[in-house]
Design a protein around this ligand. Sequence first.
Ligand code: NAP
Length: 231
Amino acid sequence: MVPLSRRDGHDLERGTDLAAALDGVDTIVDVTGVQTLSRRRATTFFDAASRHLHQAGAAAGVGHIVALSIVGIDGVDAGYYGGKLAHERAVERGPLPFSLLRATQFHEFTEQTIARGSLGAVTVVPTARIRPVAAREVAERLVTLATGAPVGRARDLSGPRDHRLIDLVRAVLDARGMRRPAIEVRLPGAFGRAMASGRLRGTADADRAAITFTAWLDSADAARDASAPER
Ligand SMILES: NC(=O)c1ccc[n+]([C@@H]2O[C@H](COP(=O)([O-])OP(=O)(O)OC[C@H]3O[C@@H](n4cnc5c(N)ncnc54)[C@H](OP(=O)(O)O)[C@@H]3O)[C@@H](O)[C@H]2O)c1
């Protein structure tokens, strides 16, 4: 396995020296992300990173690219989700044969929300109705796709239960003994409407993962997240 992140000395947005790094690689798994709510910034990032992975992969003889996107973003061409739609188009453009998995928000998204939304004494949480899934189960699905033939768009993967993000944030704060108030705020525009509407939970025909939020919070995965340095 060859990790390609800035931490490992590879900037996919710039795309330099990637073909050499991909020498001998059969399949690329693209789980890159950029922390922004700007549609323009997210689009620039995903366009460039995906193009560079495709071009370098083709030059190195890679046979398959597997990429991760988000359930329910069709028609939400706004904010970060607009960038993810651009990501999907870039993955589909090729030239490498692809598999594209959409997953719902991870259980770990709650930790990300706390890290990004903690301002002074309070934690600000977007109004969101979600059906979260353990990152572990998403990773297992990505491995299954990566070890098979390219399928194009794969079946969506969603979590076992519906939640409001604010309730999950409060559960994590409580479990960590963090006594800070969490305040729910409805984000503006199409991006905020998508989060609040419940459309990000996906449809009934998605595959449903097994690990509940409560089981995740009790697990070693959540404990590891709690002790990890802030991203
Ligand atoms: N979090 C969720 O709930 C969720 C749900 C469904 C789908 N997804 C999708 O899954 C993907 C990963 O999400 P995440 O939440 O795990 O993101 P994340 O924690 O922000 O991780 C992003 C990864 O991308 C790497 N990266 C960022 N900029 C890079 C660059 N210029 N060159 C190379 N690597 C770069 C980062 O490593 P370095 O910083 O070391 O470069 C990091 O490993 C995203 O595409 C996201 O849209 C996420």
